[in-house]
Design a binder for this molecule. Sequence first.
Ligand code: GLA
Length: 383
Amino acid sequence: MNVEKVRKGFADHFNGATGSVYASPGRVNLIGEHTDYNGGFVFPGAIDKGMVAEIKLNGTNKINAVALDLNETATFGLTEEEAPTRSWARYIFGVCREIIKRGGKIGGFDTAFSGDVPLGAGMSSSAALESTYAFALNDLFSLGVDKFELAKIGQATEHNYCGVNCGIMDQFASVFGKEGSLLLLDCRSLEYKYYPFNPIGYKLVLLDSVVKHELASSAYNKRRQSCETVAAAIRKNHPEVEFLRDATLDMLNEVKADVSEEDYKRAEYVIEEVQRVMDVCAALEKGDYETVGDRMYGTHHGMSKLYEVSCEELDFLNEIAKKTGVTGSRVMGGGFGGCTINLVKEELYDNFVKEAFSAYTEKFGHAPKLYDVVISDGARKLS
Ligand code: GLA
């Protein structure tokens, strides 16, 4: 992560001052996509890429912020009326507001930040930013907020200041991540368990399509709405169904005539995905990576054909993975662009990467990007 860049940038913008430095990571997700806001399970891990911020309290009620990667600055206050317009500044502002709404007493600060988690690649750069500031302000103002609440502050920032009705997965992974372990999280109860992840003989790699589709956040919110509509329809017959996580395909079929064809497909995907996460857990305990991979392909198929959050580029990368014998491959994160996550046998890795780069470049006129996944720690103070 860009610690030196942040230190230099902070000093340059704030007359040679030094503050405290904090970092939070982006995340990968092995399986369990669009299950979080359906009360289901997810299986993410924090990565070695994320956001770094230097912060120094300034004794005023103003925040002076510098986005070093964009070379932009923003100054804003802490009341609702003083909301900044730049989208990156709204994340910081949102975190402050959500802390204040919870009774936290905070004041102004000077800050500069930079990130190496690619924007729009489905690795949760925004959660990394929210967690960095939530963690830092909690520390700097001695607020005593626990880690669960820090994750919820990030999520509420997305809901209330950024227009995305996301689940809790990204912020949770960014706060709770642990080196070498994935996290199995029950998004209803927030119970979680670390799973040491070291698939001997395999590599976990991301292939970034480097495409980001417009309107991703409204399409995301629409998916969530569909899920809630179907859950409400099922609940009429089965009051115990709080979320789609509680529903079965039989229950879904009982309401087939009452919901739109589109909503039906969305719910079908989610119900199947909840089961796939369970299958992957059982398979991992046995070291059965073939089943893990099979379910990853299942997720891709569902996200592409039923949930309809894939795109031509991601489907193409998934096809290449299949053709070159990759064990598991699927679109990762919210969709509408970004990365595929691939579980590849070591001996097939070089050929897969070579084929993917040449075929993708030939078809789309630009290369994908490759990232090896290194599972790392969550939000922390660096100095
Ligand atoms: C985005 C959201 C998460 C989750 C994923 C899809 O990353 O922020 O809450 O819903 O999409 O699994």
